[in-house]
Design a protein around this ligand. Structure first.
Ligand code: ATP
Ligand code: MG
Ligand code: MG
Length: 549
């Protein structure tokens, strides 16, 4: 009765539900450290944790893992909350590991009282050296045999601020010969005289990840604590601490983190890209951050679908970024409104069209849905902007666009035939001259003419100017993190700015966050920094995968 549609974590949850473990309760958590913006890898973890809760009538806590005062900031807390909600999820409770500092401190005292923890005065180097190697057992430092009384006093003094950073640590007393290095008396607390963004100067000792994480899970009575594979060797310590403290038995399960081609997925590296100016900000549309994807025009549904498609694995792998691009194309093809924009303009003059005449043409907003979601008016006149590459002076065979003697249809408009063109002194074409066929108007064409090509255009007198930003991969290699210096493979041409594109006038009303298909040019969205006086559009993705070469 194995259900192939379930991922392995869902199988575990269903097994627990069948066995009545935790009284049929499912409580997951998403535990970001507020030391950076969330990236697409976090989206995978969010979709998994919140998805499990949704599927099994459970809940998900948002817990800020704020145990490192030096790198954390409220700016990150706010961005994380915004990104999770934008993805379409709502947490049950907003919690902070720092709220558990007192409880964690009491847990540490409990361990000391059971002779399961001790204060060590050794330096970091001395501790590392005494830990041994995976094949050689470690040796005790002189402090391992301290009495319970002495440890209690010293630990209290650590809390009271009597010692400097690094002077002492609290370690679990487990097994210095254990093949698992994480069990060789791991650090539980370190001294850090630093201001914390929530607890201020109240604490100068901070719990290590391994001491804070599982205990926080237990305090919240998390049933399924899902994390990434690198924490597998930490699991015995997770279980040891819960067992010795005799607290709620949360369980840790591990899945493969998301790795994606042509990008990096570590907050530390992403922070470097920002602080060293390789990108504009955390939400630069080239960044693999959720905020970057949002600004670029990705929809929450496209990211959720991507996470659904890649699934949940037990083994590390590398996902091709073109799968993510496929997901956003699929979504935008259904939802984007069609518009016309000319990115590299040359002028077309329709020599037989009356001077000063303006016609109001109409185009459906979205031909993919019945009713088209309404239409917009597109002004048509004697002078149009067309795409430079849609004209060739000496077109080859099968060039179904414009050249001397060639005809095309103007989208939503008429068939035109080219009879002349003008060049400047450098040989650059500056104007294309055509005649139009009056009875060939789209929707009421009685001309009987057949043309193979359709091109987009905007009316010179009515077009608005816009800045259009085209993006390319931020890195030139598939796995920049595997390079000696990941920054050496940054693509210097990842941003191409077109300062003077011409867009159809209705795009001045573009809705923030909405996707638009610029016909033949790709999917675009208004940039968050766009203003009515200076319109800026970002290309979300091209219409077709141009990388499949
Ligand atoms: P980074 O290395 O980017 O700093 P992190 O794991 O230190 O990532 P956290 O803020 O601790 O970042 O992550 C919160 C949660 O998101 C954790 O449960 C973590 O396992 C998960 N997570 C982080 N990166 C990925 C990824 N690439 N794929 C899937 N889950 C991830
Ligand atoms: Mg972490
Ligand atoms: Mg990290």
């Amino acid at each position: 009765e194995e259900d192939k549609s379930l991922n392995f974590i869902e199988e575990i949850v269903e097994e627990d539900l069948r066995n009545g473990t935790h009284d049929g309760r499912v409580l997951t958590r998403f535990p970001p450290e507020p030391n950076g913006y969330l990236h697409i890898g976090h989206a995978k973890s969010i979709c998994l944790n919140f998805g499990l809760a949704q599927k099994y009538n459970g809940k998900t806590n948002l817990r800020f893992d704020d145990t490192n005062p030096v790198t954390e900031d409220v700016e990150y807390v706010e961005s994380i909350k915004k990104d999770i909600q934008w993805l379409g999820f709502q947490w049950a409770e907003e919690l902070y590991t720092s709220d558990y500092f007192e409880t964690l401190y009491q847990y540490a005292i409990q361990l000391i009282q059971h002779d399961l923890a001790y204060v060590d005065d050794s330096t970091a180097e001395e501790i590392a050296a005494a830990k041994g190697t995976p094949t050689e057992p470690g040796v005790p430092t002189p402090y391992r045999s301290r009495s319970i009384e002495e440890n209690l006093t010293l630990f209290q003094e650590m809390r009271d601020g009597k010692y400097k950073d690094g002077e002492k640590v609290l370690r679990a007393k487990i097994d210095l010969a254990n093949p698992n290095m994480h069990l060789r008396d791991p650090l539980l607390y370190r001294i850090k005289h630093a201001h914390h963004h929530r607890t201020g100067d109240k604490w100068c000792i901070y719990p290590m990840y391994d001491f804070a994480h599982g205990q926080s899970d237990s305090i919240e009575k998390i049933t399924h604590s899902v994390c990434t594979l690198e924490f597998i060797p930490h699991r015995p310590l997770y279980d040891w601490l819960i067992e010795k403290l005799e607290i709620f038995p949360s369980h840790q399960y591990e899945f493969a983190r998301l790795n994606m081609t042509y990008t990096v997925m570590s907050k530390r590296k992403l922070l470097q890209l920002v602080t060293e100016g390789h990108v504009e900000s955390w939400d630069d549309p080239r960044m693999p951050t959720i905020s970057g994807f949002r600004r670029r025009g990705y929809t929450p549904a496209s990211i959720r679908n991507f996470c659904e498609r890649i699934g949940v694995q037990k083994r590390e792998n590398m996902i091709d970024v073109s799968l993510l691009e496929f997901c956003i194309r699929e979504d935008l093809n259904k939802t984007a409104w069609r518009r016309m924009a000319v990115l590299d303009p040359i002028k077309m003059v329709i020599t037989n069209y009356p001077d000063g005449q303006v016609e109001e043409l109409h185009g459906e907003n979205n031909p993919e849905v019945e009713g088209g979601e309404g239409s917009r008016m597109i002004p048509f006149s004697k002078e149009l902007w067309i795409e430079r590459e849609d004209f060739m002076e000496e077109p080859p065979k099968k060039f179904f666009r414009l050249g001397p003697g060639l005809s095309v249809r103007l989208k939503h408009g008429y068939i035109v035939e080219c009879h002349d063109f003008k060049k400047d002194e450098n040989g650059q074409v500056t104007e294309v001259h055509c005649t139009y066929i009056p009875n060939s108007k789209s929707g009421e064409d009685t001309s009987g003419l057949k043309v193979k090509g359709t091109i987009h255009w905007v009316s010179v007198a009515h077009a608005k100017k816009a800045e259009v930003r085209l993006y390319d991969r931020l890195f030139q290699v598939e796995n920049p993190a595997a390079e000696e210096d990941f920054k050496a493979s940054i693509n210097k041409e990842s941003l191409h700015i077109i300062e003077n594109a011409y867009i159809e006038p209705d795009l001045a009303n573009a809705i923030p966050g909405k996707g638009y298909q610029f016909i033949r040019m790709g999917y675009f969205t208004l940039d968050t920094k766009s203003t009515p006086d200076h319109l800026v559009f970002n290309r979300t993705v091209t219409l077709k995968d141009s990388w499949a070469k």
